[in-house]
Design a protein around this ligand. Sequence first.
Ligand SMILES: *[C@@H]1O[C@H](CO)[C@@H](O)[C@H](O)[C@H]1NC(C)=O
Ligand SMILES: *[C@@H]1O[C@H](CO)[C@@H](O)[C@H](O)[C@H]1NC(C)=O
Ligand SMILES: *[C@@H]1O[C@H](CO)[C@@H](O)[C@H](O)[C@H]1NC(C)=O
Ligand SMILES: *[C@@H]1O[C@H](CO)[C@@H](O)[C@H](O)[C@H]1NC(C)=O
Length: 498
Amino acid sequence: MQLLWRKAVLLLVGATLMELAMSQGSSPAPSPNSGERTPPFWLGYATSAPQIEGANATDGKGPSIWDVFATIPGKIKDGSTGALADDFYHRYTSDIQLMQSLGVKRFRMSIAWTRIYPQGDGSVNQKGLDFYAGLINNLLAAGIEPHVTLYHWDLPQALQERFGGWNSSQVVEPFRQYAKTVFSAFGNRIKHWTTMNEPQTFCFVGYSAGSHAPGIRDQRQAYNCVHNVLKAHAAVVQEFRTIVPGGKISINLNSDWGEPYSASSPADKAAAQRMVEFWLGTFADPIYLGDWPASVKARIPYIPTITPELAKALNGSCDYFALNHYTSWLVMDKLGGETMQGRGDYTQGQYYADGSPLGNPAQSDWLKDTPWGFRKILNWVKYRYQPKELIVTENGFSVKGEASKALADVLDDTERVAFYRGYVNAAIDAVEQDQVPMTGYFAWSLLTNWEWAVGYTEQFGVVNVDFKTEQRALKASARYLASRFAGAGSNTTIGRYD
Ligand SMILES: *[C@@H]1O[C@H](CO)[C@@H](O)[C@H](O)[C@H]1NC(C)=O
Ligand SMILES: *[C@@H]1O[C@H](CO)[C@@H](O)[C@H](O)[C@H]1NC(C)=O
Ligand SMILES: *[C@@H]1O[C@H](CO)[C@@H](O)[C@H](O)[C@H]1NC(C)=O
Ligand SMILES: *[C@@H]1O[C@H](CO)[C@@H](O)[C@H](O)[C@H]1NC(C)=O
């Protein structure tokens, strides 16, 4: 069974990749769907431009805040930059073949604003549009439907310098212009869009904690960012409705799950609820419920006001709920408890009182393998926001020590396989037993890539990339997901707009 299946995959892969798999040795393939349930949702892989493309100064691309941040000594853990990364810019043709060999039907990608408008606004860089036209057309020709994110953290540096980036509402106009240009170019070929990825991260880690670009430590700026994110999202969706009628748009919101530290403590229960309201509610409540969560409003005296006009523009601005989720925390009530989002009156941890972790620890210090929390947050979103459709747009695991392991051990990523087995099962339960309207699942990520401030030290890909040779090699997790989703509903909407 096992051998036959491996052979079938190799046959599909084509000569170059077959050689690669053989020359590098490959991990043992788990047997296909050996007694495992077929998911009632499709599988795709998520990526982002700054983490995979490289070519950071090619064909007229301008510098983003991450290009600049990475050059400041001490900001990136291993001193690396995304200047080359996976060199996807020059290698997408073979990466698309690799995806085909895995049976992948959906690919989440982002467009780099600085390729289209190198200085944020002004005149369009045609070569940037040409690059994405080539990528998108090649994906479609391969039967892979692209889901496109307009903004994955790579603000044009010029806009940070001109008016302070996301702190200023002046960001809305250039973002709207950029979005219009991209919708006009590709709206006839792309059905699924998102305006922005994880504003919780780029506002609070970028403008409050300061450990991400642009490296600012000012909580007020972070809340201005949140407010401007909502304004920009609403403005862009208005353009979308006229340029891409029938398309679907959303915003990728991320949240961990909060579990009460003491199940019998009502205060801890309320604190856990508050944690999810701070993370997810700060963005999703204004969109779905018309205002900030009361718990946030009561604790952040300087939070900007959501006007009735903004609430109206946000209402109905998401055609599906796009959720990024990785892990869970134990949450304890604590008066005066500070977070990067301000005073939340809670503390969070990932270890029980006896010192044991909440789940298998990843390389990333914030990530434990906690599939039960996935089912819970899917239910939380269902009850609070009642979305018609939900797509999980990121979910993945960084195996401890992977960056320094020998290749054979990297490819034998049993811990990542265990993570995906648990999380996929949890999502199946959420759909089949709890009626969560989840239709799709993007694993993060296809390729091991440049992981922002931790550089290349934390690896999430199911395909290993040797950063010296740029060679790709499948990990066991890539084979596992391919077999797990074989036969799962994977109808794409390719061609609908041509
Ligand atoms: C590209 O990356 C390198 C290395 O981080 C940096 O020095 C350079 O300024 C970047 N160029 C652009 C246009 O972003
Ligand atoms: C951030 O935005 C606020 C509100 O517009 C403004 O008052 C403040 O001066 C800005 N801060 C910076 C550093 O630009
Ligand atoms: C959003 O609009 C719908 C339809 O007009 C309305 O029924 C609903 O109450 C609005 N939601 C909010 C939060 O304002
Ligand atoms: C895929 O499309 C076919 C033809 O439109 C339809 O019969 C089938 O039910 C679809 N499958 C899924 C899983 O959506």
